[in-house]
Design a protein around this ligand. Structure first.
Ligand code: NAG
Ligand code: NAG
Length: 399
């Protein structure tokens, strides 16, 4: 029982005398006094070894004690004892590695257990992030993720790691980024293929890159985020692009646009949406932004036509054709979309209906409708939409 206290007691008694009173914190902090009084470096190393022995036999699961020892040992090595300075140096560094490995495994296990139990990892994340150096934090995250990788649905894991970020706290922001990076590169290393995971990861990366704290993150971490971003399927990068995108039908490369003049309004509250006959043509009437409305296992989106900031919706009273609705809060039954992708094309669905370029409306316009019977992958080319950069000019004479 409590051999640690005994060891501490003996050591302190041995160091004794000199009677200068140092402020003592409870627990392990007491050995600092002993260390300060130890005559030389090999004595100090011996103290560390005794403490480690005591922790191992009585406090093997006590993260705080292990962390305390690790921190003291690291200071000792930094200030007094190089790893290359002979046998004592070697032993000190070996001991440090051993303690580090144990600390890493305690923290990684605890994190993994919380993730597996779907409990919040926020406060434990804060604890880890604030107690050890960034490289060990990375190491802990890597081990925790390795531990849960085959036990958790991957798309959920991305969302769970998101919780590591605590509002306005930069340390936790960076830690969340490290965790997502670690998860993503593990996924790559496993050569896995999971569309829902990539979707959620693309969403997480877009949130990271558009976050106000991102500018203050060090450039090496930013470079690693860019590398992740450019390794994602480009179609997802377009979907989550903060400036939005235009859509071309894969079938005929006509772009989807919201009408500009009043002639095509539904009273005051809606506008019509068509594709325009000129191939590859785009302009600001086609600019759309996707917003994540609900984060289920994959996100549910709203799509907003940016020229007037009206939401795309399906009008069941007009044969399920697509329109744009003036509305502050779009209704879930007609304006919420699930999105998947095939190669470089996006597919937009509501329930068992799929968004497709349909028959011509006149010489220049084509209707866009929700069609049944397109649930196979991939659906026909008229139901696949290529996100492209909208060209800025604004020269279409007709509407
Ligand atoms: C360190 O000090 C102890 C006594 O406290 C002594 O026995 C030992 O020889 C010393 N070692 C070195 C390397 O000076
Ligand atoms: C539209 O773009 C595609 C791909 O770049 C190209 O193959 C096609 O010829 C273009 N069509 C027109 C009419 O420019």
């Amino acid at each position: 029982m409590h051999r640690l206290l005994l060891v501490l007691g003996l050591l302190m008694a041995a160091a004794v005398a000199a009677a200068e009173v140092l402020p003592l914190e409870p627990d392990l902090e007491g050995y600092q006094v002993v260390l300060r009084r130890a005559a030389n470096r090999s004595d100090k190393l011996q103290v560390f070894q005794s403490i480690w022995g005591a922790i191992r036999s009585d406090f093997i699961d006590d993260t705080d004690k292990v962390k305390g020892l690790y921190t003291q040992l690291s200071n000792f090595i930094r200030n007094e004892m190089q790893c290359t300075s002979g046998p004592t140096g070697h032993s000190a560094c070996e001991l440090q590695q051993e303690v580090r490995r144990h600390l890493r495994s305690l923290m990684a296990q605890r994190l993994a257990n919380l993730i597996n139990a779907e409990e919040s990892i926020q406060s434990y994340g804060m604890y880890v992030g604030s107690s050890i150096e960034p490289s060990l934090v990375r190491d802990v995250l890597g081990h925790a993720i390795e531990d849960v990788y085959f036990h958790r649905p991957l798309e959920k894991l991305t969302q769970q790691l998101d919780q590591l970020y605590t509002d306005r706290d930069e340390v936790s922001f960076k830690m969340m980024i490290e965790a997502q990076l670690s998860l993503y590169w593990r996924y790559q290393a496993m050569h896995d293929s999971n569309e829902a995971f990539l979707f959620n990861m693309a969403h997480a990366v877009s949130k990271i890159q558009t976050h106000h704290m991102y500018a203050s993150v060090d450039t090496s971490l930013q470079r690693r985020v860019e590398a992740l971003h450019s390794s994602l399927p480009p179609v997802l990068g377009s979907l989550f692009h903060p400036q939005g995108f235009c859509l071309l039908s894969r079938d005929n490369r006509e772009y989807l646009y919201t009408t500009i003049t009043d002639d095509w309004n539904y009273g005051l509250n809606g506008r019509k949406v068509f594709t325009w006959h000129k191939q590859n043509y785009t302009d600001s009437a086609g600019l759309i932004r996707a917003f994540v409305q609900e984060q289920l296992s994959t996100p549910v989106f709203t799509l907003r036509s940016e020229l007037f900031k009206w939401y795309l919706f399906v009008d069941p009273s007009e044969g399920n054709r697509l329109g744009a609705l003036r509305s502050g809060s779009p209704s879930s039954s007609t304006s919420f979309w699930t999105i998947t992708y095939v190669q470089d094309a996006l597919i937009f669905r509501q329930r068992d209906l799929t968004l497709c370029a349909a028959e011509r409306f006149d010489q220049e316009r084509r209707l866009i409708k929700m069609l049944p019977g397109q649930m196979h992958t991939p659906p026909s080319e008229a139901c696949q939409w290529l996100p492209v950069v909208c060209s800025p000019q604004y020269e279409r004479d007709a509407t």
